[in-house]
Design a protein around this ligand. Structure first.
Ligand SMILES: [Fe+2]
Ligand SMILES: [Fe+2]
Length: 183
């Protein structure tokens, strides 16, 4: 990992890993699995978009046109593939968390949520305005933190005029629907 990633990406990975462990302590998830998911989550972040698309095709991994238009999310799914093939990770919960760490997915499991939130709130992040609130919320109500982060990610992408990948949209609609039924 240290060899493959830039120094700042490697430090981000360590920081996400520590944050995952803290959240795992709070919500009662195995610490070692949370640690590994955090360490490996960006293991494919070292590849350019075109290289990622080429690798998807080379390894015959499913790839939709919409995903090609929002390639920033591809490192997550390819990262899960690398984790299985090159880092010998067989644990489906770890692989799932890596695969959906940029988009979320409907019906996320506990580790999916932990990694998704940890990636957003880790201590080296500084850009998002809502970081102080999300850092607190993450330890009070993990589901609400996931919802708020998905929502602000979508708002940010819309504001920037970026293509929105279908899975982020699906995750948001699923969470909205669940909130309505719980009201
Ligand atoms: Fe990532
Ligand atoms: Fe990350």
């Amino acid at each position: 990992m240290k060899k493959r990633l830039s120094e700042s990406r490697y430090e981000h990975s360590l920081s996400v890993s520590f944050t995952c462990v803290c959240l795992a302590m709070r919500y009662g998830y195995p610490l070692d699995k949370a640690e590994i998911a955090g360490l490996l989550h960006d293991c494919a972040k070292c590849y350019e978009d075109q290289e990622l698309i080429r690798r998807f095709e080379k390894h015959k991994l499913p790839l939709s046109e919409e995903e090609k238009n929002a390639p920033a999310v591809l490192h997550a799914r390819y990262g899960a593939w690398l984790a299985r093939e090159h880092y010998d990770i067989g644990d489906e919960e770890i692989l799932s968390a890596i695969a959906c760490h940029t988009t979320g997915k409907p019906d996320m499991g506990l580790l999916d949520k932990i990694l998704y939130v940890a990636d957003y709130i880790e201590v080296r992040r500084f850009k998002a305005d809502n970081l102080p609130q999300m850092r607190q919320l993450a330890f009070e109500d993990l589901d609400e933190a996931v919802y708020q982060i998905v929502k602000s990610t979508l708002d940010y992408l819309k504001q920037k005029g970026c293509c929105i990948d279908p899975m982020t949209q699906k995750t948001y609609e699923h969470l909205e629907e669940r909130r309505k039924t719980h009201e």
